[in-house]
Write a protein that binds this ligand. Structure first.
Ligand code: ATP
Ligand code: MG
Ligand code: MG
Ligand code: MG
Length: 472
């Protein structure tokens, strides 16, 4: 059934809200409330944890939502795979000790095959190897062929943290056709590098509580937590090649085409940049709308990194000036029906992003030229490692962040001498310290704190790993 993305969202919330008696929840903001373990909301269940543990109660034990999510852990896959964004919406239906496996599986199947009219012959599922109950429901009750029910181990089909509620899950995949196969063995789900058998929905059966002794104690009131990527399912229905080509993205892609004078789908490298910009600009829009400001730590750093990455991909496309503003305007236009607050926050979003972009533009322009000359020099001499001193000069004099230097070098199959860079950085800090002591006029502000080593920033990577664990 051909549905626009907004219609799919509506269809889903109506199905669980009206037909299956769930309370329809508005998407929560991206900043987790009262939750130190998480940087940004990365799954529909993330803002609802306290309802799963029973700390909080709703009148109704069933809820459903379309939750805006950010997954920084997927940042390197955006634009490269057909299915990953740092920003996406997760459709979810939740049971807080109410219904369990049987209903979750039957309803998911009903929604996909009856409401969305997806051909059942395209569906494959995975279950946890010891979860006979889920296997039997798929096999005996739904009637799925045994070849289409794959059994995977803990790694793939068991959701857990160190301690707390946990349990097996069951994932639903759509076969997007042999054309999408990456090799001859790509004939069933399980290959993370392939987009052929695309995971659309994860059904998590939280039936145990894991205690400090690593014992799995069955919960008397097991929960259901499901998550389906809205863009992914819309892409299946619309027969598109990737999540950035679904209907709602079209005006956004068009705007990037206009700004860059490039045509989407003419050059693979350009297409990656166009998709990255479309994705990052969305993440940026919603992050700023939810009150995050660019900074050098935590969420602010994620935001800053997204703005800089988007900007740099604009450069790769040959865009000369500030451009994020006009992309964001298109995004607000597209999303304002579902997210009214974007209209209210529009001016603030645009001015914050413009200011950050403008600041970065100044530093990056001169830095890029110099880095390109270094790259040319390395290639001319058949060398592959940029020395730490040059990287440090870029950083120190031109405010060029090391992670960006690294990324650009990697694209050219080159690397950088990190050890030497770090030594120089240490020396610099030492200098600044003693200079401050002697009060010679040096201050932290005169060192460019905008640019700093990614490896210094434990928070980002650590939390992005966590981002994927907690995300269903
Ligand atoms: P994948 O294996 O494809 O990376 P996942 O197993 O990491 O997906 P889950 O954590 O199970 O995904 O999240 C539930 C659902 O959310 C997925 O089935 C998918 O439809 C959607 N989803 C997850 N990550 C992304 C993303 N980066 N962009 C768009 N949709 C996503
Ligand atoms: Mg997966
Ligand atoms: Mg999954
Ligand atoms: Mg993933």
């Amino acid at each position: 059934k051909k549905l626009g993305m907004n219609e799919v969202r509506r269809e889903y919330l109506d199905f669980f809200g009206k037909k299956k008696n769930h309370t329809v929840l508005k998407s929560f903001p991206l900043i987790p409330e009262d939750d130190e373990s998480l940087l940004l909301i990365n799954a529909g269940m993330a803002p609802l944890k306290k309802y799963f543990t029973g700390e909080k109660k709703m009148k109704n034990n069933r809820a459903t939502s379309s939750q805006r999510c950010i997954r920084t852990g997927d940042i390197d896959r955006v634009g490269m795979t057909e299915r990953h964004g740092t920003f996406f919406e997760m459709l979810g239906n939740f049971s807080f000790g109410d219904y369990f496996k049987r209903e979750a599986i039957h309803w998911a199947y009903e929604f996909l095959t009856v409401n969305l009219e997806i051909d059942k012959n395209l569906l494959w599922v995975s279950v946890f190897e010891d979860d006979d109950e889920a296997y039997d429901i798929w096999h005996d009750e739904i009637g799925l062929d045994s070849e289409r029910i794959l059994k995977f181990g803990k790694e793939d089909n068991f959701w857990e943290l160190e301690v707390g509620p946990c349990g097996p899950d069951s994932e639903i995949f759509v076969d997007r056709g042999i054309d999408k196969a990456i090799d001859e063995n790509d004939n069933k789900p399980g290959n993370d590098d392939s987009d052929r058998f695309m995971e659309v929905w994860n059904l998590v059966f939280t039936q145990f509580n894991k205690n400090a002794n690593k014992e799995y104690i069955p919960l008397s009131h097991p929960n259901i937590d499901t998550g389906m990527g809205l863009e992914r399912i819309a892409m299946v229905l619309q027969g598109k090649d990737n999540i950035f080509e679904v209907d709602v993205n079209q005006s956004i892609i068009k705007e990037i085409e206009n700004l860059s004078n490039k045509k989407y789908k003419e050059d693979e490298k350009d297409d990656i940049s166009i998709r990255v910009i479309a994705d990052h600009a969305k993440a940026i829009t919603f992050m700023v709308s939810d009150g995050i400001l660019p900074s050098n730590e935590k969420r602010g750093y994620v935001l800053r990194r997204l703005i800089r990455r988007a900007y740099r991909h604009g450069k790769l496309l040959g865009i000369k000036n500030e451009f994020l503003k006009s992309v964001i305007e298109k995004i607000i236009d597209t999303y304002k029906i579902e997210y009214n607050e974007l209209i209210e926050n529009k001016d603030r979003i645009l001015s914050i992003v413009s200011k950050e972009e403008e600041n970065f533009q100044k530093t990056i322009d001169s830095g890029l030229d110099i880095l390109n000359s270094y790259i040319k020099n390395l290639k001319d001499h058949n060398e592959s490692v940029l020395n730490g001193a040059d990287a440090f000069k870029l950083y120190d004099t031109y405010g060029f962040p090391l992670d960006l230097t690294r990324e650009i070098l990697e694209e050219n199959n080159l690397s950088v001498d990190i050890n030497e860079f770090n030594k120089l950085m240490e020396k610099q800090k030492e200098l600044a310290r003693s200079a401050r002591k002697s009060d010679s006029g040096w201050s932290l502000e005169s060192i460019n704190i905008d640019s700093f080593d990614k490896t210094d920033f434990v928070g980002y990577d650590k939390l992005s790993v966590e981002a994927n664990i907690i995300g269903l």
